[in-house]
Design a protein around this ligand. Structure first.
Ligand code: ATP
Length: 825
């Protein structure tokens, strides 16, 4: 270990042993002078690193991200499995610096892109998170542990950070050196803490992890610069979600801080009920790996979208769990700053697990005191303002409705909606907007006014988001909507919230009390941080047992509007097949992405047409004739040259909101909906063999698709006709074999059936593999919409179904087979 002496070990040790957080933070700044890269100066320790640390991967095991493949160099602190979890995204150094390091040992500087203050903050926070100790190698904070276990560390200024980023670009090929630095520090750490290290080794001989320790079962989702996979630890056979972040993208997007913060806060919140636990992190040349609790049931957003909106019991439960989570975070001085349904994951039992801490803020004690002081100031009287809010809500209902229309329209269409709902899309929109306004963290729809106004950040920012999420669960849409961030921000700053008819009164009162422009006025803001007695005591939460909440079985997810569909649960039956090989090399990634895209799977194709005469089975001559007649029809051009088989006005519902649309059924087959006022096509209901039409009564009918149920209301009372027509078209397209949809479970008159079961423990859970096929047309970014499969549901429905003799009779009883719970839009 000749390089060990190159680090100012004595100095580092001395500082590390300093009892104060600040000293520890200071000690973390081990910097390396940065100079221009020179390939002639590359140090080549790769093999020895591999031999010594057992973590350096071979080329074969380096994962390639699907979209961009490039090698990158970023000095990432090494972490040991379970014991040394801290990974600091430190910055690579130059070869010239390396040379200097070898030649001039005493003044070693590893220039990191971290924040010294963060270290101090976190150190101070450690008293709130006793559970972290075991995760941080005995150190008082994760970052302190990172400092102790990493050579690369933190920078002190943003300028330094920027410089580092640029320089990293210049030295992408010098990853070996940074690895070498890690090795040096690791060895230094071992020397400093021999006893502790020995203990760790004994307790956890397989402490270090690499991709080869996991079998990657399937692709779960995608973030801005990460892919998440379901994987099984080959040693423990435990399932994990592994987030693989591509270093090159992190550098390109300057997200080092983001990643570092995410890791840091995940450590803090690990093993706290209601939070994803970070089990370990590791890296290879190309990627960083976060091994986390696998949230089997995905995130909350698709559930809301699918049922349109939650009923009160369901909303109460999830809002209560969210409040508990806020208490846990705020007690630990963590402000999440990006709470939204996509970041609320669900475990096997449908309990919430908060994730995505990239935007989180760890408050220093000083900031905490200031925030507390800020909030404890005399509450200002805003009764006039409240009255104004109410008046405005009444007076501007029409205008608001129009604005809402824009948002609904923009989100119409399943794929469109998925894409627009995706964090990536929101980030893109936010990024576009941020060019014009000051930057903010979080997501436009849920960001608090004080964040927009660059005001002091307090935990009340999360209470604002809580209000937004409760509103969305009850109504189906977030309270502040708009076609772009600018409109959304304007609404937020005006606190322009409208409550649609049917909004539960207690929920409305709670939301109004949380959505206050001044954070001090928010319900709970005057309580002690982390103990929101006043929110708990709100009538909306009456009956909640806060002690047992997370042990209780969550209420099944029922739509707020009546529906009749029996839902199949999603993706929970998937488990990693036992016959796969460990690792995440190029071949494995191809396999995973192929599965996601449905390549090679049995993507359903239109079947041979039935020989039975179907009223929609037009000959070519008939089609030509109909097209000729149709030319004068003002809806004709929306059909793109296809024959319109049926048309009519419907109200298309989502949650408590509805929009009038012209619905066209064409020979495509297609179901096209058009804004009749603007005369703009708004979207299509996607066809597939799994599509099912179902009527509830003369006015209401549903169109179930694998990812969503469309809730349609025909004011003229032709719901049954619509249902029949759609079913006929489906049979014509996919054949009778696909028409075994009549289910005994769905009955038009059955009010009991109006419950859509989306709850835990559903025995009807579906195979994700099938889901992929069903969603094969979607891109990986549309993952959110595709956890649901109907293949199995179709099969199971078919098994217990009665096949109808004629298409018309079947469709009139179709009722049926929906594989999804009722969503509305
Ligand atoms: N522990 C987990 N269990 C199950 N699914 C997860 C887990 N963590 C993330 N996911 C899913 O993987 C997807 C990508 O997550 P990731 O954290 O990489 O990105 P993100 O937080 O959605 O976006 P960004 O990183 O841009 O903020 C998300 O859709 C999320 O629902």
């Amino acid at each position: 270990m000749p390089e060990r002496g190159h680090i100012n070990g004595a100095q580092q040790q001395q500082q590390l042993q300093s009892p104060s957080g600040a000293s520890i933070a200071g000690a973390s700044v081990v910097s390396v002078s940065v100079a221009a890269a020179s390939s002639s100066n590359i140090i080549e320790p790769q093999l020895s690193i591999a031999a010594t640390t057992t973590t350096a991967p071979t080329a074969a095991t380096m994962p390639a991200m699907a979209k961009e493949k490039a090698s990158a160099a970023v000095s990432l602190g090494e972490s040991n499995y379970l014991t040394e979890l801290a990974v600091v995204v430190g910055m690579a150094t130059t070869a010239a610096a390396a040379q200097r390091l070898q030649q001039a040992p005493p003044a070693v500087h590893v220039c990191g892109c971290g924040s010294a203050s963060a270290a101090a903050e976190n150190n101070n926070n450690s008293r709130y998170g006793s559970g972290n100790k075991c995760l941080t190698n005995g150190h008082t904070s994760p970052l302190a542990a990172a400092v102790a276990s990493n050579s690369s560390s933190v920078a002190t200024t943003p300028q330094c950070s920027k410089l580092c980023c640029r320089q990293q670009y210049q030295i992408l090929e010098h990853v070996q050196f940074s690895c070498n630095m890690q090795l040096q520090t690791h060895q230094l750490q071992q020397q400093q803490q021999p006893h502790q290290h020995q203990q760790q080794q004994q307790q956890n001989p397989a402490a270090r992890r690499s991709p080869n320790d996991f079998i990657f079962g399937r692709y779960i989702g995608e973030g801005s610069f990460s892919m998440v996979y379901l994987a099984v630890d080959i040693h423990s056979r435990r399932e994990y979600a592994i987030k693989v972040c591509e270093k090159r993208l992190i550098l390109r997007e300057r997200k080092q801080e983001y990643i570092k913060r995410e890791r840091e806060v995940m450590h803090m919140m690990s093993n706290v009920p209601g939070f994803v636990t970070l089990s370990c992190t590791f890296q290879d040349q190309r990627s960083l790996y976060f091994v986390m609790t696998y949230a089997r049931k995905g995130d909350l957003l698709p559930y809301i979208n699918r049922v349109g909106s939650f009923d009160v019991a369901c909303t109460r439960h999830y809002a209560a769990e969210l409040l508990l989570a806020c208490e846990h975070m705020h007690r630990r001085n963590v402000v999440h700053r990006d709470l939204k349904p996509e970041n609320i994951l669900l475990d096997e039992d449908m309990h919430t697990l908060i994730a995505d801490f990239g935007s989180a803020k760890v408050m220093t004690p000083r900031e905490r005191d200031e925030a507390a002081e800020h909030c404890s100031e005399q509450r200002r009287q805003h009764s006039d303002e409240d009255d104004e809010d109410l008046d405005r809500a009444d007076n501007e209902e029409d205008e608001y409705y129009d604005r809402d229309s824009e948002e609904l329209d923009e989100n119409d269409g399943e794929e469109q909606q998925d894409e627009l709902d995706s964090p990536r899309h929101r980030q893109r929109r936010s990024a576009r907007h941020r060019g014009r306004r000051s930057s903010f963290v979080g997501t436009a729809q849920y960001v608090s006014p004080e964040v927009l106004k660059n005001g002091p950040i307090t935990p009340a920012a999360d209470l604002w988001a809580l209000g937004c999420i409760i509103y969305q669960m009850i109504s189906g849409l977030p309270p502040f909507r708009g076609s772009n961030d600018y409109i959304i921000f304007k609404e937020i700053l005006d606190c322009a919230v409208d409550f649609p008819q049917g909004f539960d009164k207690d929920a409305e009162d709670l939301v109004r009390k949380l959505l206050k422009i001044d954070p001090r006025d928010r319900l709970g803001a005057q309580d002690e941080f982390g103990y929101y007695e006043s929110i708990r005591a709100h009538p909306f939460f009456a009956g909640v047992n806060w002690q047992t909440l997370r042990q209780e079985t969550p209420p099944p997810i029922y739509p707020y509007l009546p529906g009749v569909s029996q839902d199949e649960d999603i993706r929970s039956s998937y488990s990693v097949p036992g016959d796969l090989e460990p690792g995440l090399d190029e071949r494995q990634i191809s396999r995973l992405l192929s599965a996601e895209l449905g390549v090679g799977s049995s993507v359903a194709m239109p079947a041979k047409r039935s020989t039975a005469k179907n009223s929609f089975d037009l000959s070519d001559a008939e089609k030509l004739q109909r097209l000729e007649q149709q030319k004068t029809d003002k809806w004709h051009h929306f059909a793109d040259g296809e024959v319109i088989l049926k048309k009519g006005f419907v109200n298309k519902r989502k949650g408590l909101f509805a929009r009038k649309r012209m619905l066209l059924l064409t020979t495509g087959p297609r179901l096209i909906y058009i804004d009749p006022v603007a005369m703009i096509k708004k979207g299509e209901i996607p066809w597939s063999p799994e599509l099912r039409a179902e009527y509830k009564n003369f006015k209401i009918f549903f169109v179930h698709t694998p990812n969503r149920t469309y809730y349609l209301d025909d004011p003229e009372g032709y719901a049954i006709h619509w249902s029949e027509a759609i079913e006929n078209m489906r049979k014509l397209t996919y054949g009778e074999g696909a028409s075994t949809s009549t289910s005994t479970s769905a009955s038009v008159s059955s009010s009991a059936a109006s419950a859509a079961s989306c709850s835990s423990g559903s025995t009807n859970s579906l195979s994700v593999a099938n889901s992929s096929a069903a969603a094969s047309s979607s891109s990986p970014t549309a993952r959110r919409s595709s956890p649901v499969s109907t293949s199995k549901s179709s099969a199971s429905v078919a098994a217990g179904s009665r096949t109808t003799g004629s298409s018309s009779s079947s469709s009139s009883r179709t009722g049926t087979s929906p594989s999804k719970k009722t969503a509305s839009k």
